[in-house]
Design a protein around this ligand. Sequence first.
Ligand code: SF4
Length: 208
Amino acid sequence: MEVVEGTGKHYYSDTELDRTEGEGIEALKERSQQPIPDPDRWLEEELQRNILLTSVDAIINWARRTSIWPAICFPACCAFEFIATSASRFDIDRFGMGILRASPRQADLMITAGTLTWKMAPQVKRIYEQMAEPKWVIAMGACGISGGIFRSSYNVVPGYNRIVPVDVYVPGCPPRPEALLYGIQMLRKKIAKIPNELSLPPLLTEKK
Ligand code: SF4
């Protein structure tokens, strides 16, 4: 090995490189004398050595809060903040929320991103009623919470909580994506605390 003065760089001869490579290969050969066992057997051994204790409630609530699927229901300008939240800079995929559902039957979260008029209210209520149980609602923006700057208008619903139950309120006009993400985290905490016997489907709560 030579060190070039002034640069601190090291240069190896071809012989040295060959020897180093050969030593690495010999070390690998030394460690590889026995065939690697079937991975399934590893897993069995790992399970025998470890015990994981949890409750059914905790597992169900964990699955729910890590796979929340929002319904597409964005009647006005707050929708653009939600779109920004869904894009790469803010990334709601980390919450398992990356897929917006066009069908309410496959969705369990309604984010009310926009002003709601009384004319649209029956449709939004129907979307909520068609969503799968259990389901949640985030009221996003001043309009979603109270009608916002249009509250005194004859045609604006003064808050989505007049027609659907709201779980989390995210204030702002419009709220920034960071605020919506904070609201989503609050909802996840709420889902984590759902009592199990109320949340289980009938089949799992039947007495034996
Ligand atoms: S809160 Fe503001 S940004 Fe959001 S829908 Fe209402 S007016 Fe538009």
